[in-house]
Write a protein that binds this ligand. Structure first.
Ligand code: BDR
Ligand code: CA
Length: 337
């Protein structure tokens, strides 16, 4: 059987602990020649744009993939909500940046994320899947700078929103949308081919210590194992403190669901809908809404996931991360100098 052409992906991310797991899963698929990561755009969100840029660069450095362009997130309007450093650590990555290899890239010399998005999508219209796992600041800035640009994406896969479940930053709103509701509105109104993976399904994706043990067992003492183990421990503690997992011990890997969608779509079920965002409500800003009445509606703008098979998702996640950890190109700062 012929090996399929690798899917071309641009990852927009705000690392973020769960972002790191999503990025590492994607990098494993790059290693397996199932994905081509054409660019990473860091976004302000979990922590500042500068810190998410540094975190993304350091994770790429750790796995020896330093030739992937990384953009610096656009400045954001004063956020209505605070960042998520209380969940992800002051550096966004469990306060572990000191343990990772240093990256030679600097935010001052990086391309702006919106420009990198525009250049990447323009160079390959209809070919690139944009995976967006942070607030939608960069995507909205690109659309505002060059209207119609997001329609050049093959698909835009967004982790965000909460429909039939409570939000995680307010009773109504999920973090990625609540951080910048106006940006989300711009992206949802862009006419792009949208897939939305909301909290409704991601709150079921609890990574436990048993899964982490399976994932790290073959190479217990390499640098990547040490990083993911320490990050998981950190996230497990903050998840318990902020009651993220309904009492189960573990942490939510929300953002990894986007990778499942792109490479293992059989683990998800969807409905077609028109998704809108509340931008003004004093109590409800950032709420995502679908009209469920049996009445004729305006045209749908997205596929929205409503069911996930968490066990199957984790089976694929663990296998792929094991294969990345076993990969000889992963740098080990302790021995590689
Ligand atoms: C989203 O918020 C962030 O804190 C996570 O990284 C994820 O993208 C979940 O609501
Ligand atoms: Ca994120």
């Amino acid at each position: 059987m012929a090996i399929p052409t690798p899917q071309k992906i641009l990852l927009d991310t705000d690392p973020g602990g769960d972002d790191c797991f999503a990025l590492l899963w994607l990098l494993s698929l790059v290693r397996q020649e199932r994905a081509a990561l054409v660019a990473v755009t860091a976004a302000a969100g979990n922590v500042s744009a500068e810190l998410t840029f540094r975190a993304a660069c350091q994770v790429l450095e750790l796995v020896g993939m330093t030739d992937i362009p990384v953009g610096l997130g656009v400045p954001v309007p004063e956020a209505e909500i605070t960042d998520a450093a209380h969940i992800h650590g002051a550096d966004g990555i469990g306060n572990l940046s000191q343990t990772l290899p240093v990256s030679a890239r600097s935010p001052e010399q990086a391309p702006a994320a919106d420009d990198l998005l525009i250049a990447t999508l323009t160079a390959a219209p209809g070919e690139i899947t944009v995976i967006a796992i942070g607030p939608l600041n960069n995507l909205a800035a690109a659309e505002t700078k060059q209207p119609g640009i997001l329609r050049l994406a093959r698909e835009i896969v967004v982790m965000g929103g909460a429909f039939a479940v409570p939000g995680n930053v307010t009773p109504q709103a999920e973090f990625n949308i609540a951080f910048n509701p106006v940006a989300a509105c711009t992206v949802f109104a862009s006419g792009a081919n949208l897939v939305i993976l909301p909290l409704d399904i991601t709150h079921q994706i609890i990574c436990t210590s048993a899964q982490m043990a399976r994932l790290t067992a073959p190479q217990p003492d390499c640098a990547l194992t040490r990083f993911v183990t320490a990050l998981a421990d950190f996230l497990t503690q903050t998840s318990r403190r902020y009651r993220e997992t309904g009492g189960d011990r573990g942490f939510l890997v929300h953002d990894a669901v986007t990778i499942a969608y792109c490479f293992y779509p059989e683990v998800l079920r969807f409905r077609r809908a028109r998704v809108q965002v509340e931008t003004r409500g004093e109590l409800t800003a950032g709420q995502t809404l679908i009209d469920r009445r049996h009445r004729p509606k305006a045209a749908a703008n997205a596929w929205v996931a409503h069911e996930v098979d968490a066990a199957q998702l984790f089976a694929c996640f663990v296998e792929d991360l094991r294969s990345l950890i076993a990969s000889p190109m992963v740098k080990n700062p302790a021995t590689d100098g």
